[in-house]
Design a protein around this ligand. Structure first.
Ligand SMILES: NC(=O)c1ccc[n+]([C@@H]2O[C@H](COP(=O)([O-])OP(=O)(O)OC[C@H]3O[C@@H](n4cnc5c(N)ncnc54)[C@H](OP(=O)(O)O)[C@@H]3O)[C@@H](O)[C@H]2O)c1
Length: 245
């Protein structure tokens, strides 16, 4: 089924993430134009060049540093100028509690800044957008092993839920993506490479593509994380606080 949002170019941030690169490959393979954004322009350009060569795709590259407040305003203008009708924010960092402020900026505040500006600009032109934020199952419940990161993703979840509610009647779509463990730099040395819970970036990218083109509001990927997180959320706090998770 043809969907005008997926004939127009898409904005992809955090383009050097293996999940983002796998998703960009899916978009490029169907001939969709892409605006790839990232802080390391040389590496982002490498991803772009690979997509151009393999798929003959129209790929533009822009610098974007989510750690710098205000950079989302510039990126939103560049995206709308490029004719973008959908955007997905993959960028994110996972660090310890000493980096709580910078994690909140990169994982939540920057996404909010970018999406608010995209919607403001799109509304002026009566353009309808599909926006997706890549959050994490870690945002569903704080655990001692990574609660500062989890807290930033929980904030992102609440933000995206509110934005979905606010924009629903104006015809925009907002999607929350909650991956479990994915084989990337972020899980290297933290999750056993042979763990059956560790998903490949291409699998997660495929699920994201279905969600972007379908009607999902909240995507757990792979699918079994929806059940796992239902159980984790259901454990009473009096028991949960004793667990070593
Ligand atoms: N891997 C997992 O198990 C997992 C699970 C749940 C959710 N996630 C989420 O999935 C997303 C992608 O992560 P990943 O696993 O693919 O890890 P990754 O390889 O470390 O990718 C993170 C991406 O974020 C970008 N980034 C970091 N700080 C940035 C900044 N200040 N400005 C712009 N871009 C910045 C990185 O760019 P550089 O190349 O310049 O560093 C990179 O492109 C993240 O939001 C992460 O929280 C991952």
């Amino acid at each position: 089924m043809s969907n005008p949002n997926f004939e127009a170019p898409i904005l992809i941030t955090g383009a050097t993430s293996p999940i983002a690169a796998a998703y960009a490959t899916i978009c490029a393979a169907r001939g969709q134009g892409i605006l790839l954004a990232g802080r390391n322009v040389i590496e982002v350009e490498r991803v772009a060049q690979d997509l151009r060569v393999r798929h003959g795709a129209m790929i533009s590259v822009v610098a974007y540093d989510a750690a710098k407040p205000g950079s989302g305003l510039t990126l939103a203008q560049q995206a709308l100028d490029a004719g973008v009708k959908s955007a997905i924010a993959f960028h994110g960092i996972m660090e310890g509690k000493n980096a709580f402020h910078s994690m909140m900026q990169v994982n939540c505040l920057s996404v909010a800044e970018l999406f608010e500006e995209l919607l403001t600009l799109a509304d002026k032109e009566n353009r309808k957008l599909v926006l997706a934020g890549v959050s994490s199952v870690a945002g569903d419940r704080g655990r001692q092993s990574n609660y500062p990161y989890g807290a930033t993703k929980a904030a992102l979840n609440a933000y995206l839920s509110g934005l979905r509610n606010r924009t629903h009647l104006s015809g925009h779509r907002v999607i929350t993506v909650k991956p479990g463990f994915v084989r990337t730099r972020m899980t290297e040395g933290k999750v056993s490479p042979t763990s059956p819970l560790l998903a490949e970036p291409a699998k997660v990218a495929n699920d994201i593509d279905h969600a972007m083109r379908g009607t999902s509001n909240v995507l757990y990927t792979p699918w079994f994380w929806r059940g796992i997180m239902f159980v984790i959320r259901s454990i009473p706090e009096v028991i949960f606080k004793r667990l070593r998770l």
